[in-house]
Structure formats: structure tokens, C-alpha cells
Design a protein around this ligand. Structure first.
Ligand SMILES: Cc1cc2nc3c(=O)[nH]c(=O)nc-3n(C[C@H](O)[C@H](O)[C@H](O)COP(=O)(O)O)c2cc1C
Length: 218
């Protein structure tokens, strides 16, 4: 076995002591379980427990994944903010189907959410609640375009910072709220001997419960 392969195999994945997931006692609504797990991760000191990998595919089927931050969770779904000029926004405009993944290793937990993303628009008041550094970073713009060198970025940042100091109400009209409305939400709990996977599927029949649950082979 190669040295790298051996070192990777020796790396720890999850701690020995893991919480249990009892599928029979799971709430009817996956949002309830998700918020419980998010709170556990935050209470356990996980850095950026609200970071989620957003996977998108553009019209040509090219797939891309990156972290974004969860900014809200309501009837519209899992919210995040991003710039309309970004590659992810372009991919979502062409193909709104997307997936989110949360990973909280200290608890041996993963949550996967899949569904359809909608651009819910830009709200100046929400933009202005962000930290100055975040607002400046967004207003510098050009996200994901090629950057000739770090000096160019430093100059653009300093210029934008000056503008924000002169005009504290400056907003970026293309920094938009997006929400993924879920069709499935899957909870993975590492366990010995077998990992537990519980999937919620949105029901489309009004006479049935809003969510159907099923176990998956690990
Ligand atoms: C923990 C973390 C959180 C992030 N949160 C956001 C976010 O909320 N919105 C955003 O546009 N980019 C965020 N980013 C940057 C994205 O991962 C990505 O680099 C950027 O949005 C460009 O992505 P794109 O080229 O696929 O559009 C975050 C990065 C990290 C590491």
C-alpha cells in the first residue's frame, strides 16, 4: 500500500461516542430534526455549522459544488445569498435543481437536501445588516472572474471601502436571497454496526402527510 494510502486509511472519521437516531421517534417534519441537529453542532463548537455545500449543474450538465452559508429556513426552504453574476447563479438560472450537504463530523452526521432553487430577490435592508467587511467584499464584485494579481484586488477593495465609508447605505442590487425548496431531506447518523439513513420525501397528495419517511440501506 502506498504511504499516502496508508496515512489516509489511518485518519479518524468519527469519534467513538456518537448520538443515536431513532427513526421511530423522528419528528414528522424534517425541518424540526434539521434544526435540532444544527443546534447540536453549534452547541458542540463546530466551526461554521451553518456552512453547506451547494451542488449545481448548468444547462450542459457541468457540475459544480461550493460552500455557502445558510441564512434562513422557512416555508420557502433553505436560504442562502449570492451574487447574480456568479457562476452558481448562472447555473441555477439555467437549471434550478440543486442539492445541499451539511457535514457535522463530531456528531457523525450528514444532512442532504435536494430540490429546486428560486431567486427571491435582493432586499436592501437585509444587505445592510451584513458586516462592513462582507458588504465591501460583495461590492468589490467580479466573483469568480480571473484576478490578474493580489495587488489589483487590494486596490479595488480599498477603493470600495472608501465608497462604503462615504455612502454607508450603499447596496449591491444583485446580491440576492435564494431558497432551495426541498423535495427530499436525508439524515445520516454514523452508528455501529450500521449507519442509519432516514429520508423524508415531500408528498404531493393533499390527503396524505406532507412528508413520507423511509429508511435507506447504509
Ligand atoms: C464557509 C464558506 C461560506 C461561504 N459562503 C458563501 C455565501 O454565503 N455566498 C457566496 O456567494 N459565496 C460563499 N462562499 C464562497 C463560495 O464557496 C464560492 O467560492 C463563491 O461563491 C464562488 O462560487 P461560484 O463560482 O461557484 O459561483 C463561502 C465559502 C466558504 C468557504
Amino acid at each position: 500500500m502506498s504511504d499516502l494510502r496508508a496515512r489516509l486509511r489511518a485518519l479518524p472519521t468519527f469519534p467513538a461516542d456518537l448520538p443515536a437516531l431513532d427513526p421511530g421517534a423522528a419528528p414528522d417534519d424534517p425541518v424540526v430534526l434539521f434544526l435540532r441537529w444544527l443546534a447540536d453542532a453549534a452547541a458542540g463548537g463546530a466551526p461554521a455549522p451553518h456552512a453547506m455545500v451547494l451542488a449545481t449543474a448548468d444547462a450542459d450538465g457541468h457540475v459544480s459544488a461550493r460552500n455557502v452559508l445558510l441564512t434562513d429556513l422557512d416555508d420557502d426552504g433553505w436560504h442562502f445569498s449570492t451574487h447574480r453574476s456568479s457562476p452558481k447563479a448562472a447555473a441555477l438560472a439555467a437549471n434550478p435543481r440543486a442539492a445541499l450537504t451539511f457535514f457535522w463530523p463530531a456528531h457523525g452526521r450528514q444532512v442532504r437536501v435536494a430540490g429546486v432553487v428560486r431567486d427571491l430577490g435582493a432586499e436592501d435592508s437585509v444587505f445592510l445588516t451584513r458586516s462592513e467587511a462582507s458588504r465591501v467584499g460583495t461590492l468589490v464584485g467580479h466573483q469568480s472572474e480571473q484576478l490578474p494579481g493580489l495587488d489589483e484586488y487590494a486596490t479595488a477593495y480599498a477603493r470600495t471601502e472608501e465608497r462604503v465609508h462615504a455612502e454607508p447605505g450603499l447596496v449591491d442590487p444583485d446580491w440576492a436571497d435564494h431558497a432551495l425548496r426541498p423535495e427530499t431531506v436525508e439524515f445520516f447518523q454514523a452508528a455501529r454496526p450500521g449507519n442509519i439513513r432516514l429520508r423524508y420525501r415531500a408528498g404531493h397528495d393533499p390527503r396524505r402527510p406532507a412528508w413520507l419517511t423511509e429508511l435507506l440501506w447504509p
